[in-house]
Design a binder for this molecule. Structure first.
Ligand code: PAF
Length: 293
């Protein structure tokens, strides 16, 4: 197995990329890689001669009482997992120190506006989306990819990054890739490592609540209030689970909806025994009677 070349400094990574042709694909991560990340890397490898995976636990996207310190760090294992993809020298791993990403004097913060930039995660994790936008902008500037790959599991993040790229990095394509799920439907996430066996079993409720809303929508229900009610019923049965939000919003903008009259996204964030989990699903208006709204 060939491990991907490990670069700790952007300057050195830049020299390695300059030796190849153009057309770098980029998969930014915070490490503790799982099947979801590997699917992004595999997708990028199909489209680009070179793919850079960054592993950087970005301090600016964590609130003061969040899990920055506890966030799993597993660089050696991550490197082996990437090596198992068999991409050899086509894959480069950029795992910088904080000082490479935020050198002394760094004083820029990027904030994306619009509903996607401020609602939901923006309300429950103040500063989080700006921290993501700032680090992603900085990584785009360092890696200069042609396309960047993001999981739709973090749907709001995907919309924020897409807006950021359109506004500041013309020509850079942001590709949203499907959520990868465990056999029981739980969305893969590095934070699933925090769950004890009981919490792990209960965590599947997030996906089930989204499916309940999607099924009601397919059956013709158009009232967002009633769709939410169907989903919240599922979540309310789970001991120890607190719902932060269950929202149904315009899939493109994340503006709130009252009637399901366009492509929409159901999004939820729940806390289960101290672990915060998020998930989301596309909702398509069904062919039912719109008067039921
Ligand atoms: O999704 C993540 O892992 C992070 O938010 C990202 C995009 C790597 C920025 O730190």
């Amino acid at each position: 197995m060939t491990l991907p070349a490990l670069h700790r400094r952007a300057a050195e990574l830049g020299r390695a990329l300059a030796r190849g042709s153009a057309g770098t694909g980029f998969v930014p991560t915070m490490g503790a890689l799982h099947g979801g990340h590997l699917s992004l890397v595999a997708r990028a490898l199909r489209a680009h001669e070179r793919v850079v995976v960054s592993v950087f636990v970005n301090p600016t996207q964590f609130g003061p009482r969040e899990d920055f310190g506890a966030y799993p760090r597993a660089l050696a294992g991550d490197r082996r997992l990437l090596g198992s993809l068999g991409a050899g020298r086509r894959l480069l791993l950029y795992a910088p120190e904080a000082s490479d990403v935020y050198p002394a004097g760094f004083a820029t913060a990027v904030a994306v506006g619009g509903a996607a930039g401020i609602r939901l995660e923006g309300e429950f994790r103040p500063g989080h989306l700006a921290g993501v936008a700032t680090v992603v902008a900085r990584l785009f500037a360092l890696v200069r990819p042609r396309a960047a790959y993001f999981g739709l599991k973090d749907y709001q993040q995907y919309l924020v990054v897409r807006r950021l790229a359109r506004d500041l990095f013309p020509g850079l394509r942001v590709v949203g890739c499907p959520t990868v799920r465990e056999d029981d439907g739980l969305a893969m996430s590095s934070r699933n490592r925090y769950l004890d066996p009981v919490a792990r079993m209960r965590a599947v409720a997030l996906n089930r609540s989204l499916l309940a809303a999607a099924e009601a929508a397919r059956g013709g229900e158009r009232s967002v209030r009633r769709l939410r009610r169907a989903a919240l019923k599922v979540l309310s049965r789970v001991p120890g689970l607190t719902v932060q939000y269950f929202d149904i919003a315009d899939a493109r903008t994340l503006e709130p909806l009252r009637i399901l009259d366009r492509p929409a996204r159901a999004l939820t964030a729940c806390v289960l025994k101290g672990t915060r989990l998020i998930d989301n699903l596309a909702l398509e208006p069904g062919k039912g009677d719109a008067r039921r709204a």
